[in-house]
Write a protein that binds this ligand. Structure first.
Ligand SMILES: [Zn+2]
Length: 88
């Protein structure tokens, strides 16, 4: 009797576990890129992936995220530096 219960319950348990895992996997895949939160590498503020620019930095294949405001600040900084260099 115990053997029969074991034989019946084991496949059901395995099936339920696999079913639950595949459902969880499917639900995580459904996450839109717009709802993913990442931290900007410069200002350390949190943004959604749609607001960030991903760039591979250095030779180690590390990917950093930069927000629009930081990119603009860098651009302005670079422009100011170039302008002062030309002025000299
Ligand atoms: Zn930033």
């Amino acid at each position: 009797m115990l053997f029969i219960i074991f034989v019946i319950l084991t496949p059901i348990t395995i099936w339920l576990t696999l079913h639950f895992m595949s459902r969880r996997k499917a639900s995580t895949e459904e996450v839109e890129p717009g709802s993913l939160i990442e931290v900007c590498a410069i200002c350390q503020n949190e943004f959604t992936m749609t607001e960030l620019l991903e760039k591979e930095v250095g030779g180690y294949g590390r990917v950093y995220c930069f927000c629009g405001q930081c990119i603009e600040n860098l651009y302005n900084e670079y422009r100011n530096k170039k302008d002062t260099n030309i002025g000299e």
